[in-house]
Design a protein around this ligand. Sequence first.
Ligand SMILES: NC(=O)C1=CN([C@@H]2O[C@H](COP(=O)(O)OP(=O)(O)OC[C@H]3O[C@@H](n4cnc5c(N)ncnc54)[C@H](O)[C@@H]3O)[C@@H](O)[C@H]2O)C=CC1
Ligand SMILES: N[C@@H](CC=O)C(=O)O
Ligand code: NA
Length: 437
Amino acid sequence: MAHREIGVAVLGLGNVGGEVVRILRSASADFEARVGAPLVLRGIAVRSIGSDRGVPEDLLTTDAQALVERDDVDIVVEVIGGIEPVRTLILTALQSGKSVVTANKALLADYTGELASAAKDADVDLYFEAAVAGAIPVVRPLMQSLAGDRVDRVVGIVNGTTNYILSAMDATGADYSDSLADASRLGYAEADPTADVEGYDAAAKAAILASLAFHTRVTAADVYREGISAITAADLASARAVGCTVKLLAMCERVPGRPDVADGEDWVSARVYPALVPLTHPLANVDGAFNAVVVEAEAAGRLMFYGQGAGGGPTASSVLGDLVSAARNKVHGGKGPDESTYAGLRIGPMGDTPTRYHVFMEVTDRVGVLSAVAAEFSKHDVSISVVRQEDTEVGASLVVVTHMALESALRDTVAALENLEYVNAVTSVLRMEGTGE
Ligand SMILES: NC(=O)C1=CN([C@@H]2O[C@H](COP(=O)(O)OP(=O)(O)OC[C@H]3O[C@@H](n4cnc5c(N)ncnc54)[C@H](O)[C@@H]3O)[C@@H](O)[C@H]2O)C=CC1
Ligand SMILES: N[C@@H](CC=O)C(=O)O
Ligand code: NA
């Protein structure tokens, strides 16, 4: 028996919305066959109607609120971005019984609780596969495929823009600003690319990943964050010299509780920063706007998800996958999983997180400088793994790579190094990941 039409509203007709609408309109027969009912585009909310957007003008409206409230809209696809008016539009949709598909990680990182509970109350779907790592299916695997396992770690390259910039700087010596401009032109960057280069976008994604992985509400404010705007060609060269490259990593870990500390329970560490990654590590070879997410789970072991993390087409693929799921539920009954936060693990501070440091210093080339530097590391209980010294025109550059130590101990060590007589400057401090030591 033919089912009624499923009405779809799309909010936003930019990089992602443009591709969503193009594919939806060009493959309508396939969508109908996959869903079991026709998906009918009721309208597209845009900021202004004017330039030729390649869609019939009667589909366009500047009144997103009215579109969302239409009785013949069953599913709202939000690809505008940002917090307001989008949060209100999504809440309106959910509260009036419409399912929502969104790519908006900035919104989800702070408001998943509110949105998910509105979806639950109205017995409708809130899907957001596109919000993390573009085309790569990672939200659904964490929420559903791994729901029977215990996830211990999620580490990934989850921002296409910064990965594009770092790859270009490393491979060809490309300029930082030129590479950022290219990433914007190619549709990878956020409307304000500060979100990309300062790590806010990756932190929002880390919050979403950590929430799903550990059944715990994690928001953007819980994620320690550093961006890539201070990374220089010298950092990349120095990384190469120790067999590494630099990647902006999002790391979400279940850290085992220590019986002698606090409540002794496992806790969550969620963090984003540029880190040295050994060239032999699979994440080192993820280049351009590609993303990859490595998940470690108790029974499954290590899984790696890889693909295009940004761009209109790849992101539209995830949005449309969610749209089909939401539409199937409307047609056949059923509902996607609700938010799961039952574990409620504590989110720990960065200072308690074990990491490794790569410290780059300009020193005066004198007898005793090396032993003075080594003594500071040892005083703070930080063990050294590699030391590399090179003469420069004005003295020497010294690179020290540590073994694993508490972040707080590493910070104290660097502060002490800065006060040493023969250390002229600590020019960069990067963490090192992916070695397991
Ligand atoms: N571009 C990408 O690679 C990815 C983007 N996303 C997310 O998808 C969303 C959209 O991203 P893009 O398409 O790249 O952004 P975009 O900036 O290209 O498109 C957003 C569109 O929304 C329009 N808009 C703004 N306010 C509006 C309003 N009140 N009513 C109607 N339209 C309005 C803008 O004019 C613009 O055309 C964002 O949440 C972004 O974070 C997620 C994954 C990847
Ligand atoms: N700006 C984001 C877009 C996808 O989420 C990125 O560069 O990854
Ligand atoms: Na995804």
